[in-house]
Design a protein around this ligand. Structure first.
Ligand SMILES: [Zn+2]
Length: 719
């Protein structure tokens, strides 16, 4: 039954009452409200109300439903001693209002008239007590039914208390934010207590991790303690010191393994308690990555300009002496190559200058020069150098694009053909007319108007070069010269008889350290898969490497949305023409250039990859000997961060060895829980305190299970 149907039912009753009973509107309203509630009440499903309660009446007063109950119980258990008693205290019934899950957005209250009993056990100090309704109302004096409390917890666990209050109010609960918080805290406390007392002996493996509730505030740093066997949070603990950890861990008598990050505080705690301490794989790997990233940051320039393509040549450094290690071999283009590109792109004088300057800037940048130094060398303002550098990729790309245009359409004209008005004077009236023979002869040779202009100037011509150009156009239009000349002109470029072969494509990649770092990680990953024989995913097809499998399994980018093929064709999403394939081939080629460049110019690149591969060699194979070899290899490394990492492993050698011995123990669960904590903290605007966060976290798994039964259908239509 919906709100509308309740409303219309109400309207019908009210209208009928006025017509039939001839009563006032006010009386009819009251009557209709009562009657509607009575009718609606028949359809209410009070499935969790105990049998000893008899429904006496249902009132709908326009704002809320009130169900009146009377107890007809004959006995009840004493809350203190648990003994059942049949002796009623008096014939008097004690009314109490208890709220239930709302009906159709209206609050539902139960007015329960219950009995008082006398405890008959002579050893019990409880003289008399109010009867309780377990399963319906949890606590004897609770103002909410079990179902409503469940609804509150379900709603509040994943959102802020303020938002939860709003949602619940919309669903018909008369509840405030404070009440919600109180309910969560109460239930949370119960769970935490269970974790540390009732169920403490069932905790065998725990994971510990640090979390900071307020970023940058060390006073809010906490420990997250997770039962690794159940994946559930045991509690959040304030502070991260060894003593704190020790105290908490001592609560679990049967604890065997403590998985932790590599902070020494935790190490000492586990040691003090004589527990097996396992350094968490996730954290060690994170530290390894950190060492790589920082080393790259400290070693590489902030921005790297990487020339890709086959045309770049390595110029040998000017000082050839062997004892100077040339770190940066400049990459450049040969002069012939540059000239060819400029011609094929048909660059104007100014554009050519920009192109040449850009290439020079690139070359000097690759030598490790700063903008100011380059400015000095080239005699161009620093500002201009920066501009050239920031436009480098586009400038070079643009020339390539123009070369492509020439190759694609060698007879097409680069610029718009100059046109001369039809009404202009006839060519025979032109100042150039006296030199007609020379002009025609030179045009036949394919010479441009500038060449012709220079030539006839020597013969005494006094006009401008554009006059010559106009004259040529007029000649061609008037068909007063051979078709041969026209063809020559339409070839339209001044340099080539036939279009030369395309110089190989070049471009510049601009990499940040972060990009390089990502490349290093992905290279390490590639090597890992190469090295591991048995890779879980690819067991049915050992010839395919996992990376390949993954690539093959990926949905083709063309039709990920699974649209009808005609539509895909209309939208041109399926368009993988040869140009695109060509692009892929070029990309592969360019990838190789980048690799080559990084390896030769920045040796730290290959070194970091090797470092990561060495790490995974002992980690993935759980090889303690490999661990020792790794430490030996890197503990005095010239990259101090790598040395620091290796020494860190050395200091914590037992725990790291345990990591290799217990490959199944991992703090991955703790990380997952950490992330949930962070997200819960965020929905509350980051204001949630440690107790509320803990409560929400420990309640989480309870509410998930009860969600299915928590939502009862309050009204049942019978039509
Ligand atoms: Zn008792």
């Amino acid at each position: 039954m919906t709100n509308e149907s309740i409303d219309s039912l109400y309207e019908i009753i009210k209208g009928t009452a006025i017509d039939v009973l001839e009563i006032t509107e006010e009386a009819a309203t009251n009557f209709a409200q009562l009657a509607t509630a009575q009718v609606a009440g028949f359809f209410l499903r009070f499935d969790n109300v105990p049998g000893c309660l008899i429904l006496k009446n249902v009132i709908f007063n326009g704002k809320r439903f009130i169900a009146e109950w009377e107890s007809v119980s004959t006995q009840s258990n004493c809350p203190l001693c648990g003994k059942p008693s049949k002796q009623e205290h008096s014939r008097h019934l004690y009314g109490e209002m208890v709220q239930d899950v709302g009906i159709q957005g209206f609050p539902l209250w139960h007015n329960i008239n219950r009995k008082k009993y006398i405890c008959t056990a002579d050893y019990c100090i409880q003289k008399n007590f109010m009867e309780g309704f377990p399963g319906f109302i949890e606590k004897r004096y609770s103002r909410m039914t079990v179902n409503l409390v469940d609804q509150v917890l379900n709603t509040a666990v994943n959102t802020s208390s303020r938002a939860a209050a709003k949602i619940l109010q919309e669903q018909g609960a008369e509840i405030s934010r404070d009440t919600i918080i109180r309910i969560i805290l109460r239930r949370g406390a119960k769970e935490v207590e269970k974790n540390f007392y009732d169920n403490a002996s069932e905790v065998f493996n725990v994971g510990i991790d640090d979390i900071n509730l307020r970023k940058g505030d060390s006073s809010t740093s906490c420990m997250v303690i997770v039962n690794l066997d159940t994946g559930k949070l045991l509690s959040i603990v304030r502070g991260t010191t060894g003593e704190t950890a020790e105290q908490v861990l001592a609560m679990f008598p049967n604890l065997e393994i403590v998985s932790r990050d590599r902070s020494t505080a935790m190490a000492s705690a586990a040691q003090a308690l004589d527990k097996t301490s396992v350094a968490d794989r996730f954290h060690i790997t994170a530290n390894m990555h950190d060492a790589i990233e920082r080393t790259l940051r400290e070693t590489l320039p902030k921005t790297m300009y990487i020339p890709v393509g086959d045309s770049w040549v390595c110029l040998s450094s000017s000082n050839e002496s062997d004892d100077i290690v040339v770190a940066n071999v400049p990459y450049s283009l040969t002069e012939n190559d540059v000239t060819q590109r400029v011609r094929m792109a048909r660059l104007s004088g100014k554009a050519e200058q920009t192109y040449r300057n850009t290439l020079r800037v690139l070359e000097l940048t690759l030598q490790g020069k700063f903008a100011a130094e380059i400015s000095e060398i080239m005699g161009i303002p620093t500002e201009k150098i920066r501009k050239l550098r920031s436009g480098m990729r586009e400038t070079i790309f643009d020339v390539e694009k123009k070369i492509d245009e020439l190759i694609a359409n060698p007879h097409g004209s680069r610029r718009k053909q100059k046109s001369v008005s039809i009404s202009a004077r006839h060519s025979s009236k032109s100042k150039v007319e006296p030199y007609r023979d020379t002009v025609v002869a030179m045009r036949k040779e394919g010479k441009g108007h500038m060449a012709i202009y220079n030539e006839i100037c020597k013969l005494g011509f006094k006009g401008s070069h554009s006059t010559v150009d106009n004259y040529i156009i007029k000649l061609e239009r008037e068909s007063s010269i051979d078709r041969e000349i026209m063809d020559k002109r339409s070839v339209s470029h001044d340099y080539f008889g036939s279009v030369p072969e395309r110089p190989s494509r070049i471009s510049v990649r601009i990499y940040s350290v972060k990009t390089v770092y990502r490349r290093v990680l992905s290279k390490i990953k590639e090597h890992r898969y190469e090295n591991t024989e048995e890779e879980p995913e690819s067991d049915n097809n050992p010839s395919v490497t996992p990376t390949e499998t993954r690539r093959n399994n990926a949905i083709p980018a063309r039709n990920r949305m699974d649209l009808p093929l005609e539509l895909v064709n209309v939208l041109k999403w399926g368009n993988t023409d040869s140009a695109e394939k060509n692009q892929v081939a070029i990309e592969v080629n360019h990838e190789a250039s980048v690799e080559h460049y990084m390896s030769s110019i920045h040796p730290v690149y290959d070194y970091m990859i090797q470092f990561g591969v060495d790490y995974h060699n002992f980690m993935d194979n759980s090889d303690p000997t490999g661990l020792l070899e790794f430490i030996e290899k890197y503990k005095n490394d010239s990259y101090w961060r790598l040395a620091k990492f290796a020494n860190g492993l050395q200091m914590d050698i037992d725990a790291v060895k345990n990591t290799l011995l217990h490959p199944n123990i991992s703090n991955g669960l703790v990380e997952g829980i950490n992330n949930i904590i962070k997200s819960i903290k965020r929905v509350g605007g980051g204001k949630a305190k440690i107790d509320l966060l803990t409560a929400k976290m420990v309640i989480r798994h309870l509410t998930k299970a009860s969600r299915m039964v928590g939502n009862i259908i309050p009204l049942q239509a019978t039509s």
